[in-house]
Design a protein around this ligand. Structure first.
Ligand code: HEC
Length: 165
């Protein structure tokens, strides 16, 4: 009998414990999302104001976007540049000198034409590139399907022509 009471007490304890963990998890997660939206992070703001005009991950569909989402750009760049410094340098250099023959995203160039040259201060671009490298970026809802159709789920994305000269 004692064992039975003990078992019941124990499972009640576990049940409430699990509920609390779930609540805490939910609270933490909601908090995180709220933070992301309201955080006045300088690099994020720079990126949003300067790049999302074209690279907006909120574009409703693949047909509405006018430049590839940064999540895809990041995948492509990290395939070629395996450390943060090279990644940042390459991205800053690209924005200041976008040359069609040197583009890594051939599919995007064919679809959207090469990115226009934009006059941004190097310092701002470094912050934006570092932010892209360090953070998990928003993925448009249509992106996974597009990746699977066009790029075999991104696995082949590093194997295109390198155009490194
Ligand atoms: C006027 C629209 C526009 C703006 C603004 C813009 N881009 Fe782009 N970007 C494009 C287009 C279109 C492409 C796809 C074609 C290409 O790769 O050139 C692109 C491609 C890229 C690529 C991949 C280049 C490659 O190797 O193929 C990078 C990196 C990039 N953009 C970074 C940025 C950053 C960082 C900003 C903000 C500072 C920015 N872009 C702002 C239109 C834009």
């Amino acid at each position: 009998m004692k064992t039975l009471i003990f078992t019941i007490a124990l499972s009640a304890l576990f049940a409430s414990c699990k509920q609390n963990t779930e609540k805490a998890y939910l609270a933490a997660n909601t908090q995180e999302t709220a933070d992301l939206k309201t955080q006045p992070d300088e690099a994020y703001t720079l990126m949003k104001n300067n790049c999302y005009v074209c690279h907006n991950p909120q574009a409703a569909s693949h047909d509405d976007i006018i430049a590839p989402p940064f999540k895809a750009v990041k995948m492509r760049y990290t395939n070629v540049y395996d450390n943060k410094t090279d990644f940042i340098n390459a991205m800053v250099h690209w924005v200041q000198n976008p040359e069609e023959e040197k583009a890594l995203m051939r599919g995007a160039v064919n679809r959207f034409k090469v990115m226009p040259k934009l006059d941004f201060p190097t310092e701002d671009l470094e912050k934006i590139a570092a932010y892209i490298y360090d953070n998990d970026l928003e993925e448009p809802t249509w992106m996974e399907e597009h990746m699977q159709k066009q790029h075999g789920n991104g696995k082949g994305m590093g194997k295109g022509k390198m155009n490194k000269n």
